[in-house]
Design a protein around this ligand. Structure first.
Ligand code: ZN
Length: 290
């Protein structure tokens, strides 16, 4: 099974992606908040007189294009980048940004993970320790706030969700969240179990954000398009339903092999299983941890 997962995921995610063809799309969310889509995790941009604050930075080969897209929004320098978690499709631009003076901010565990060589076993991917200039220089444990561009940014940690170091950003004045990879819109979220992630934690994180929301809240997911309140509600509902279905097997000590044979989530293949996590792969990652 491990080999199967590897062979299915490697081509799309890890083998030489051609970044020269990637275009950065800018989506306006509010007067001073934009979302950028290219390759890798969605980028959030807060702009204004105090300088630019961005959330995540995708891959190193895209930094120039990302900066070009941001310069169309604001001529101010990129003062801060916040990493929602340690994954390479969200932190790949850290080194370039760090070198040009952007202050990198992240959860304490993001710095720890990026500081050392890591092996993402589920993809058989080795990740070398980041150079010093690519590491977060400001870290936090449970909460950190930023006050700039007339916006109160409240950033909080959610435990054992997508990883062991997720930060969710709440733009309070604008009623917007950037949820990092705790939210894959309409898709099964990859869960980095090896580095502390869990389905239970992902659900709790999304429920926490829902409880802080209202019907007009907008969400930048880690992957997928800009989402609204109903989208996040559907995501939580689906994941809870899936958790319930898989837990029933778990209680009967059913082996993973047998669970996969029974295809308990087949009805979601064309929706939630149509993204980067196919249904069987996703069950293989999540089931052993329930
Ligand atoms: Zn991730």
């Amino acid at each position: 099974m491990k080999l199967l997962i590897l062979s299915l995921l490697l081509p799309s995610l890890l083998m030489g992606q051609d970044f020269s063809k990637v275009q950065i799309k800018t989506i306006k969310i509010s007067k001073n908040i934009h979302m950028l889509q290219g390759a890798g995790g969605n980028i959030g941009v807060l702009s204004g007189n105090d300088g630019v604050f961005i959330i995540d930075d995708q891959f190193a080969p895209l930094t120039k294009k990302i900066k070009a897209a941001i310069s169309k929004i604001s001529r101010k320098p990129i003062k801060y980048v916040f990493n929602t978690h340690w994954h390479f499709d969200h932190t790949g631009g850290n080194e370039n940004l760090g070198k040009s003076g952007t202050v990198i901010v992240a959860h304490e565990n993001v710095r720890k993970l990026l500081s050392k060589d890591q092996m993402l076993k589920v993809f058989g991917k080795e990740l070398k320790a980041s150079p010093k200039v690519a590491l977060p220089v400001i870290t936090f444990n449970s909460r950190i706030n930023f006050h700039l561009n007339n916006e109160h940014l409240s950033i909080f940690h959610v435990q054992n969700a997508h990883t062991n170091g997720d930060g969710i950003i709440h733009f309070k004045e604008s009623n917007v969240f950037h949820m990092g990879d705790t939210f894959f819109k309409d898709k099964f979220p990859f869960i980095d179990v090896q580095h502390g992630g869990s389905l239970k934690g992902i659900i709790l994180a999304a429920e926490k954000v829902l409880a802080m929301s209202n019907s007009k809240t907008q969400y930048i997911p880690g992957h997928g398009d800009l989402a609204d309140y109903q989208d996040l509600k559907n995501y939580v509902k689906t994941l809870k339903d899936v958790q319930l279905r898989l837990s029933k097997f778990k209680r009967n000590n059913t082996s993973l092999k047998r669970v996969l044979k029974k295809k308990p989530l087949e009805d979601l293949d064309k929706t939630y299983g149509s993204g980067f996590m196919k249904t069987d792969k996703w069950i293989s990652i999540v089931y052993p941890t329930l």
